[in-house]
Design a protein around this ligand. Structure first.
Ligand code: PXL
Length: 271
């Protein structure tokens, strides 16, 4: 990556997210992505998950108190340029995280609403979802749902481009200023030959980002990586639309260069 920052004073990017010890997703992917962009990575763990490329075996969540006690010294010490949230598993953690962001006036805040897995499995309960919408959406510069998440949050089943637009507007009505709906799961109209199309609801505008669709199973961690790359680019001075475009290119390359590590999916190569 071109390094446009003073190497001794890289912007600090902070992730508050879950740990995937096998390094494919979550906070390890965030740290790699921040570092690859020339940012300084800081990390607060919200949950320790047990997983590898073949399966998720469980998790132990942090408490709200643990999240605060990890985050406070970081904010006290560094000028944090941008913050990204990933898996926030409980209502208590979301409430605490929102309180911290209000106290610290976090401006460049990217909320990846990790609420539903690609396979349609709900990862957080309804109380956590409500807290995420009510408390974190209004503070976020942008939220980055995939299609299953956009469906759960908006209540709209997405089968067409019109549905994507309606879901985007609905999430803005729920309090999100800007919404990026990631189209990797989209199997509806207008995608022949298939391409990866994301829609950014930027205030009243809608900006479309299209990239090559790489037919692969190496998609685990792409959501984390995209949101982290947006965070890094914002920290480096891009506006939101530029940051999304650059992040999408970054993720496409990480998919293209995916490793053949692991007995399950092939993890992304983030560099
Ligand atoms: O991509 C969602 C996600 C976020 N955070 C952690 C994860 C995953 C998916 O597995 O493990 C820690």
């Amino acid at each position: 990556m071109d390094d446009i920052t003073d190497k001794n004073m890289p912007p600090v990017c902070l992730a508050i997210a879950g740990l995937d010890p096998s390094g494919g997703a979550g906070i390890v992917a965030d740290i790699k992505t921040f570092t690859a962009h020339g940012c300084f990575a800081a990390a607060v763990v919200s949950s320790v998950t047990f997983q590898n490329t073949t399966s998720v075996f469980g998790s132990v969540h942090q408490t709200a108190d643990s999240v605060r006690r990890q985050a406070e010294p970081v904010f006290d010490d560094y000028d944090v340029a941008a913050v990204k949230t990933g898996m926030l598993p409980t209502r208590e953690i979301i409430e605490e995280t929102a309180a911290i962001f209000r106290e610290r006036s976090a401006e460049k805040l990217i909320v990846d609403p990790v609420v539903r897995s690609t396979s349609g499995f709900d990862l957080v309960d309804d109380a956590a979802l409500t807290a995420l919408i009510d408390l974190l959406f209004p503070l976020a510069l942008v939220i980055t749902p995939n299609i299953p998440e956009a469906e759960r949050i908006s209540g709209i089943r997405i089968g067409s481009l019109d549905d994507i637009a309606e879901a985007g507007r609905r999430m803005q009505a729920l309090g999100a200023r800007n919404v990026l709906i990631k189209g990797g799961h989209f199997k509806g109209e207008g995608t022949k030959p298939r391409s990866a199309v994301d829609h950014l609801f930027l205030g009243p505008e809608m900006v479309t980002f299209e990239s090559e669709y790489i037919d692969t199973t190496s998609t685990h961690g792409t959501g984390c990586t995209l949101a982290a790359a947006i965070t890094a680019n914002l920290a480096l001075g891009s506006n939101l639309s530029e940051a999304v475009g650059l992040a999408k290119e970054f993720v496409t390359e990480a998919i293209r260069n995916a490793t053949s590590l692991g007995k399950g999916y092939s993890p992304l190569q983030i560099r």
